[in-house]
Design a protein. Sequence first.
Length: 128
Amino acid sequence: MVETALDHPEKSPRELVWHITDTHGYYISESTVYRILKANDLITSPTYTVVTAQDKFPNPTRAPNELSQTDFTWFKVVHWGWYYLSTILDDYSRYILAFQLCTGMSAEDVKETIEAAIGFTGLPAALG
């Protein structure tokens, strides 16, 4: 197993299972392969690409309460009908400031959710 892994360092534990099954004719579980590779210090950390808001937007938010986002999510409750979840999310912290379960998606529903978010943040009024 270790020898096969060293011969194919680009393969993940799952790919090694397939390779061993296809070329050697026997099955070994993915978790066993992982444990063997880990015990022999052959598991590498995955490469992560970190993308920040600065990479995507010219003027990203830099503090809470600079920019909020609103959204409706709808779902059907069997025998009850459609319901709509109105949410207000702080862009910087990704924290849900307010939410409301509604029976429709009217402007009044959004207004009530926004007012609840403003009340929660303690801001005197929404700016522009």
